[in-house]
Design a binder for this molecule. Sequence first.
Ligand code: GRF
Length: 219
Amino acid sequence: MSKNLRLGILASGSGTNLQSIIDACRQNRIDAEVAVVITNKPGAGALNRAEKADIATRCIDHRQFDSRESFDAAVVEALREARVDLVCLAGFMRLITSTMLDAFPMRIMNIHPSLLPAFPGLNVQRQAVEYGVRFSGCTVHFVDSGTDTGPIIIQAAVPVLDDDDEHTLSARILKEEHRIYPRAIQLFAEGRLRIEGRRVTIAPGLPLDDSALINPPLQ
Ligand code: GRF
C-alpha cells in the first residue's frame, strides 16, 4: 500500500531508531513510508536494516566531499530524487548546514538522548550520569541552525538510578526513543504540529468515527 508522507531517514549507526520507524510504518502506527535511508558511513547497521526491509538505500560518504555544504547538497539531491517530504535524523552524526535546512524548512526532525535543553551535543548520557541529574530522557525536535536547539515536539523522561552508568542509562533512554520518534512523525503526518517561535503546539486529533460511540475508546 502506498502512503502519502514519504520519509527520508539519515543514520550513521546501528539504526535501532530507524527500525522503530520502519516497524511503526509497517504496523500502520505511522501513516507514512520510508522512501530512502541515507548513511554517511559505509557498513552502518542502518543499511542492513533498510535492505532487509526492502527500502532503498544510499551511502554518501562524507569523506569524499571537501565541505559540509557539498556533502549536504549531495544528500539533498538524493532526498529529492526519492521525493521525500520529511527528513528524520536518526543517529546521524553530522552537523547539517543551511543547504539542507533551506531545502527542507521545518521538515527535518532529530532525536536526541537527553531532556533538551540540558546536555546538547555528544556523549550526553555519560554527562547526565556524571552531573548527577535525577532525570534524563529523550527529545524529538525540529532541526534549526543550532546544535540540538530546534523547537521541541515530544519528550520522554526516565529516572537516573544510583547504580547507573552511561550504558544502563542509554539503554533506558533508547527504549523511550523508540516510542516517541514514531509518535512525533505520526503527529506530523496528521498535520497536527504548529510551530510558533520556539513552541510546538499539537492540534487535537480528528475523532476516529462520528457515527458511533465506542466504549472503551479507541484512543
Ligand atoms: C540514539 O541514542 C540517538 O538519540 C542518538 O544516536 C543514537 C542512535 O542510535 N542521536 P540508533 O542508531 O538509532 O540505534
